[in-house]
Design a protein. Structure first.
Length: 271
């Protein structure tokens, strides 16, 4: 049991390396090698358990005959001393009438140790001298770049999904963008400060088609054909309409000079 636990401790760094290798797209070859090594080590463990079970059964049934081929293979693999010859490897250490045996280290264990040495050189070469191997910092940088692209794609998708039912006020940066879009597309009818002109005043609390960011978004998106205002959904993206609507909400109460008289009903809802 102690040998099995020790083997598991030896296996643990290989398993963690396998997890790290599986995360890197260029580490498929090394990952396959690690898996192969782990499978070989597991095979050794199973053989060791099989041998232990066989010894136990042979001790329980001393007359039972074993297959010479399997017995010879297991003897070479484990280098154990038969029970009737254990007197030859007894030591002078006695603890509570328990004598300690001076068994050799099993060959399969030594071969496994030699294999780890060979593997360490392969590992060092692959990750430190080969262009395909990626260290943690390189993997981290690459994953950040991938995540940034995924974020951009998500933000683009999220921006296009904005409509009059879920639109929210934009942040300060978005409002500043909305100001530029307003001056470019809306100032001709509503005045550069929102004071009104051909179109109504946008700075007072009175609205012809509802105030608040959702109603303003809807008016910009679909237009007011009966008043001569075109639909802007073909010219502006949903996120751009959100920015313009947010800018219009931000100039509420600014009281510019030469403001047009209020029109419509007073809006008292929340933005």
């Amino acid at each position: 049991m102690k040998s099995i636990l020790s083997l598991l401790l030896v296996l643990s760094p290989f398993i963690s390396k396998a997890d790290a290798a599986s995360a890197a797209p260029h580490s498929t070859g090394m990952f396959s090698i690690i898996i192969l090594v782990i499978l070989v080590l597991i095979t050794f463990v199973l053989l060791y358990i099989l041998f232990t079970l066989k010894v136990f059964l042979d001790h329980a049934k001393p007359n039972a005959s074993a297959e010479p081929v399997m017995a010879g293979f297991l003897k070479k693999l484990t280098d154990t001393v038969p029970l009737d010859q254990e007197e030859s490897i007894l030591t002078d250490h006695v603890y509570d009438d328990i004598r300690e045996l001076d068994n050799n280290l099993p060959p399969w264990w030594k071969y496994m140790f030699y294999a780890t040495i060979v593997f360490s050189f392969a590992y060092i070469y692959y990750y430190h001298f080969n262009e395909n191997g990626q260290l943690q910092i390189e993997e981290y940088t690459q994953e950040l770049a991938v995540a940034e692209k995924e974020k951009e794609a998500y933000m683009k998708l999220a921006a296009n999904s904005i409509d009059e039912t879920n639109v929210k006020l934009a942040d300060l940066k978005g409002i500043e963008k909305g100001k530029g879009l307003y001056q470019q597309n809306c100032a001709a009818c509503h005045g550069s400060l929102g004071e009104g002109g051909v179109g109504p005043n946008l700075t007072d609390p009175y609205w012809l088609h509802g105030g608040g960011v959702k109603n303003v978004f809807k008016s910009i998106k679909y237009g007011i054909p009966q008043k001569g205002m075109i639909s802007w959904k073909a010219q502006l993206s949903p996120s751009a309409i959100q920015e313009v609507a947010s800018y219009i909400i931000s100039i509420q109460g600014s009281n510019p000079t030469n403001a047009k008289s209020p029109q419509g009903d007073k809006y008292e809802g929340e933005d």
